[in-house]
Design a protein around this ligand. Structure first.
Ligand code: G3H
Length: 255
């Protein structure tokens, strides 16, 4: 639109696409570090972009986080009554309840009159308990649904912010510091070259699963996330749609 051209967001989108080597970037005005309405705009843009991907039948895997919670808030039902199932992308990562993928998928389903499934998993379990959990038919079912997701929607976090928020054990925080982790997505932690320096062991979507067959949509904004976004995008599939805000974009372009 005219406003976007005047404000230069269109140009920034083109620049970021080249810089990050992805096919699509969407930028909303403002800085979500500073104003909650910008985060809502990110949520709105995430919801709208995801809805554009909806086909007759959809399985949508979603991660946790406050940005995903904003997307959930902004969702509306599809007028054509599509077949939609929301599932959490991965098992628990140690988040507080409001940031958990299970809670977010339930909210997304409620907002769109769609279906959802959750993963009943404890965050920290012994290997033995984990192995027997994995044999539960209910869990197996959800895992196979997750693996056949047609859309993956996820957030990107600052590594240190995320590891602290998730009450990560101090020895792991030390490793993250030593290996200079800057970004986080799906419970994977990345250094500035996009190398995985740590991953939370849990079931569901693994980084290798983000293949070309799926539409991956990443939503993350705020100046403070620029480093994290740059790091993760080195690893992200080229087909990823990145939705971010002006402040993060400016920082990314500055380099
Ligand atoms: O899983 C969490 C995300 O990577 C980032 O969380 O949206 O609350 O910043 P956030």
């Amino acid at each position: 639109g005219v406003m976007r051209e005047i404000s230069g967001l269109d140009k920034m989108e083109q620049k970021l696409k080249q810089l990050l080597n992805v096919n699509e970037v969407i930028i909303v005005a403002g800085n979500s570090d500073q104003s909650s309405w910008v985060k809502s705009e990110l949520g709105k843009a995430g919801a709208a972009r995801m809805k554009k991907e909806w086909k007759a039948k959809n399985i949508i895997a979603v991660t946790g986080g406050s940005t995903m919670a904003e997307v959930a808030k902004m969702l509306t039902p599809d007028s054509n009554g599509k077949d939609i199932l929301f599932v959490p992308a991965r098992g628990g990562l140690g988040e507080e309840i409001q940031n958990q993928a299970n809670v977010i998928v339930a909210k997304m389903a409620e907002k769109t009159n769609a279906a959802y499934k959750v993963l009943y998993l404890l965050d920290q379990v012994s290997d033995e308990a984990y192995q027997s959990f994995m044999k539960e038919p209910m869990i197996k079912d959800v895992i196979s649904l997750i693996k056949s997701a047609t859309i993956v929607l996820h957030g990107i976090g600052d590594a240190m912010v995320m590891s602290e928020r998730r009450k990560t054990p101090s020895e792991i925080i030390k490793t993250l510091e030593q290996k200079e982790a800057v970004g986080e997505a799906f419970g994977y932690y990345f250094d500035e070259d996009g190398e995985v320096v740590h991953k939370v062991q849990t079931i569901g979507i693994q980084l290798e699963d983000l293949d070309q067959a799926k539409r991956v949509i990443a939503v993350a904004g705020g100046e403070s996330k620029a480093k994290a976004i740059r790091a993760y995008m080195k690893r992200a599939p080229q087909t990823t749609v990145l939705i971010t805000d002006e402040a993060a974009a400016q920082q990314l372009i500055k380099g």
